[in-house]
Design a protein around this ligand. Structure first.
Ligand SMILES: [Zn+2]
Length: 109
């Protein structure tokens, strides 16, 4: 893929992908938060199981719920955030910089 400056038609254009990284970071945080919620739900489910199986189930349910929830939530959030950031990157933020005339522009839609 070769980018061309719309102003001076130079092919010396630098691309930035800040939004994608920011989006991934936000997504990871959001996913971790969601994972924490899932972990809480997991511990509650664990407590419910413990009511039937005995005190050992409480720890087991809470721990496995927390680990699973954190992993799944974090990974899913990161992928979602990267996608969101990529869309922002492509359509909202001017992230191409012409090295000849200094003009900033978006990718053509
Ligand atoms: Zn230019």
């Amino acid at each position: 893929m070769s980018l061309q400056c719309p102003r001076c038609h130079s092919l010396k254009v630098a691309s930035f992908h800040h939004a994608m990284k920011i989006g991934a970071a936000i997504g990871t945080l959001g996913g971790a938060a969601r994972g924490a919620c899932a972990a809480l739900a997991g511990s509650q489910a664990g407590a419910l199981v413990a009511a039937i199986t005995g005190p050992r189930g409480v720890t087991l349910g809470a721990v496995s719920g927390a680990i699973l929830g954190g992993l799944v939530g974090g990974a899913g959030g990161c992928a979602l955030g990267a996608q969101l950031g990529d869309k922002l990157d492509r359509h909202v933020l001017a992230h191409n910089l012409c090295l000849i005339c200094g003009h900033r522009f978006n990718l053509p839609a």
